[in-house]
Design a protein around this ligand. Structure first.
Ligand SMILES: Nc1ncnc2c1ncn2[C@@H]1O[C@H](COP(=O)(O)OP(=O)(O)O)[C@@H](O)[C@H]1O
Ligand SMILES: [Mg+2]
Length: 291
């Protein structure tokens, strides 16, 4: 199946949160990367048909998703950015409740809920009340509820927020296994979270997709523009302010090594180095003030 945004625009008053986006998504994990305020949540809510576009449309295999209505919603799983749980529900009861809202058959829902709790590592806590859960546990429960109806399209808004490193690894494995033959879109403003999970990156800035593709291919946009240079520590801050700087590290007692993104060499002794996704992100997202 092909999920497409066509000239998709969403305005809030004078604010353009999503600005004339055209993209086509098919099976795979897409990482939506952008600073706070870039428009990630708005774009995801449009894909979930929780919000109507100001202009443009979203189509699944050439059919408008609003026209598809319930047929489309049945294919959809969503984890909102600010996922509220029911504190006095147990994890299992919460999943059964969401399953009921989704109109899933009770017996099947019970089986699926238990499977998912196992998958997200919460089966031992299935009868514990949600109010006793850590942030990471709540987030894992949120991911489980989004997967209840075995969605073809899974949309996760900042799913790794609050997860510790071990939970991140588990999440990555979970998504990779799940994503075969499905469309998974996940957003984050943390580059390292997305580099290893997503096959394709959608870089978003000020309501637009500014770059789209597989990491090695999109990173090449900054080839020859990432530099390493060593400066006297007394001047390090000055350089870091004057240039887009992705890393700054003291070496020895009064020298600092900087990693700088710049069209021209920032110093005479600067050495060009291999760019990474973090460099690309800084290159695009510096000064994103669409707040
Ligand atoms: N309901 C709303 N009313 C007014 N402005 C909004 C609303 N939702 C989002 N915005 C604005 O749209 C822009 C994009 O927001 P959002 O989609 O939440 O970005 P992100 O998820 O990337 O942080 C921001 O400037 C935000 O303030
Ligand atoms: Mg958001």
């Amino acid at each position: 199946m092909e999920l497409k945004a066509i000239a998709l625009t969403k305005k809030f008053g004078a604010k353009i949160a999503v600005n004339h986006i055209n993209i086509s998504l098919s099976n795979g994990v897409y990482g939506l990367l952008g600073a706070n305020g870039a428009g990630k949540t708005t774009l995801m809510r449009l894909f979930c048909s929780l919000q109507n576009p100001t202009s443009g449309e979203i189509v699944l295999d050439d059919q408008n998703i609003t026209t598809l209505g319930e047929k489309y919603r049945n294919l959809l799983g969503y984890l909102p950015q600010h996922f509220g749980c029911y504190p006095d529900f147990t994890a299992l009861d919460f999943l059964l409740y969401v399953a009921a809202l989704k109109g899933l058959h009770d017996k099947w829902a019970r089986k699926k809920s238990k499977e998912l709790l196992e998958m997200v590592g919460l089966s031992d806590e299935s009868s514990h009340k949600i109010k006793t859960f850590s942030g990471g546990m709540k987030q894992r429960l949120g991911i489980a509820q989004a997967m209840l109806n075995d969605p073809y399209i899974l949309i996760l808004d900042e799913p790794t927020a609050g997860l510790d490193p071990k939970e991140r690894v588990r999440f990555r494995n979970l998504i990779s296994a799940f994503a075969k033959e499905r469309i998974v879109i996940l957003s984050t403003h943390i580059v390292s979270d997305i580099e290893f999970i997503a096959e394709k990156i959608l870089m978003m800035k000020s309501g637009k997709i500014v770059n789209f593709g597989e990491p090695p291919e999109i990173i090449s946009a900054v080839n020859g523009q990432v530099w390493e240079c060593v400066v006297s520590s007394a001047y390090a801050e000055k350089y870091a302010t004057a240039f887009t700087t992705s890393n700054l590290r003291n070496i020895g007692s009064n020298e600092t090594k900087l990693r700088i993104i710049s069209e021209r060499p920032p110093t005479e002794n600067a050495i060009p180095i291999q760019p990474n996704l973090e460099d690309l992100y800084l290159y695009y997202c510096k000064g994103d003030t669409n707040q």
